[in-house]
Design a protein around this ligand. Structure first.
Ligand code: GAL
Length: 440
């Protein structure tokens, strides 16, 4: 459709190399370039010097740790560019489910925000670049020296035809199991390390009176659960193979993975569709559920509500995925024909700066995309995530835009919606085969 195979092959080749690149000693990188946000020298590309007016920035970071992270970065922007008014156009709803629908209609109507949040990978390249909706930002990388401080192998995920299209602010991990340690110790169980152990632990908890040990929220959180369970069941290589056509969707690996997912779903709360991901996290903090599987923005939420790592919540890789880091990266783009182009570029300079990233990420619950972060600013969980990002096998997330473009993802999501009603694994797998065929 969008030259899918070519793009996916380069994406997957890049992913295979990410761990090695991230593991390189960041002190080797030239982190000394000026990243103060508004002092880039030439004015030819609308640098931040003395810009004024306003900039409309679109995201879905409106609450539960997310807004606080954005606010921290806006705080840096207010210092570097005090004369630019920041118009926060965030639309509520986890994973951008609502926001992205609003964004799509604005783009269709020719009314783009100046800059918006998009995920590195196929969401960016196979959706916005493919539709010619965003500008190349290669000039900013050159001016700000960002190629020296962003992991080399993240660059192909935000590039097309040699041009770089976004400014990544972070790296999030999708495959994290969050747990209430008191619930576990009261039940005499440990954090599970594989799917069978996970299922057995949830059965023990259920036998002890906790009907729904795994708290989940609205449908996208179930897609998120599905991808982490598939990763666990299939392993990272087979997961990658699914997205470049080298493993068929009607394979037994997929059947087994969907059956595991079906079993895990048995232990989730019946009211999940009415809950946000924060609500599901709160069930864990309150001891009404033992677990939730959620990206590490959950840590931003846990901290915001005053919970203590290690005491109120503990974490592990989703059972069976230890050693694999299923990642996504939030990045900001520049709209084609942005109404406030110069101010948007000033914002993007802050988003890519060390000051911006070190303000945003400790609060958001993510690690910086840049590799020259000040580790002293990050808590225990995020330090462990930095180490895992540098040493694990890295694979991409489906729910959060890395491995499939919007068209493919939305067909998978529709198939999931039906499956959640009929729970017919064979029918679900057929629908996934059809989704792949329609997008190749
Ligand atoms: C993801 C996004 C994260 C976080 C999460 C929950 O798609 O990349 O930054 O916002 O949704 O809303």
């Amino acid at each position: 459709m969008y030259g899918k195979w070519t793009k996916l092959l380069s994406l997957l080749a890049a992913l295979a190399m990410v761990a090695a690149a991230c593991g390189s000693d960041s002190s080797d990188d030239d982190a000394g370039s000026d990243s103060s946000g508004d002092d880039a020298g030439s004015d030819s590309s609308g640098d931040g010097d003395g810009e004024s007016g306003s900039v409309e920035v679109f995201s879905w970071w409106t609450g539960g740790g997310e807004a606080a992270g954005l606010d921290a970065m806006i705080g840096v922007f207010a210092e570097t560019d005090p004369d630019i008014e920041f118009e926060n156009a965030a639309v509520a709803g986890g994973a951008g489910t609502n926001a992205r629908a609003v964004l799509a209609s604005r783009l269709q109507a020719g009314d783009p925000p100046d800059s918006w949040q998009g995920h590195a990978g196929q969401e960016l390249i196979g959706t916005y670049v493919a539709a010619d909706q965003i500008e190349s930002l290669s000039f900013l990388y050159e001016e700000e020296g960002w190629l020296d401080v962003m992991p080399d192998t993240l660059i192909p995920l935000i590039s097309s035809d040699g041009e770089i299209y976004s400014v990544p602010v972070n790296i999030h991990r999708a495959n994290v199991l969050w747990a209430n340690p008191t619930v576990l110790s009261d039940a005499g169980v440990e954090l599970p390390t594989d799917i069978d152990g996970f299922i057995a632990t949830m059965q023990t908890l259920r036998d002890g009176g906790m009907d729904a040990p795994l708290a989940m929220g609205e449908q996208w959180t179930t897609l998120h659960l599905m991808e982490t369970i598939m990763l666990s069941s299939m392993g990272p290589e087979a997961w990658n193979d699914l997205w470049d056509g080298s493993l068929a969707w009607d394979s037994t690996e997929v059947t087994d993975a969907l059956e595991d997912f079906d079993t895990v779903l048995e232990f989730t709360n019946k009211d999940s569709t009415a809950l946000s991901w924060q609500d599901a996290g709160q069930l864990v903090l309150d001891g009404n559920a033992a677990f939730t599987i959620m990206g590490d923005w959950a840590e931003g939420f846990f901290r915001e509500v005053g919970s203590e790592p290690g005491t109120d919540y503990v974490w592990a890789a989703t059972p069976g995925t230890e050693g694999t880091f299923q990642f996504l990266s939030d990045s900001f783009v520049l709209a084609k024909a942005a109404p406030n182009r110069d101010a948007a570029i000033a914002w993007l300079r802050v988003a890519g700066s060390i000051e911006g990233q070190d303000a945003f990420n400790p609060v958001k619950g993510s690690i910086p995309a840049r590799n020259d972060a000040d580790r002293s600013l990050y808590g225990e969980y995020l330090l462990s995530a930095m180490d895992d990002w540098a040493s694990n096998t890295v694979v991409g997330s489906l729910t959060h835009g890395v491995v499939a473009n919007d068209s493919w993802k939305s067909e998978i999501d529709s198939a999931l919606g039906l499956f959640l009603i009929d729970r017919d694994v064979a029918g679900f797998q057929d629908a996934l085969v059809a989704a792949e065929a329609a997008n190749s």
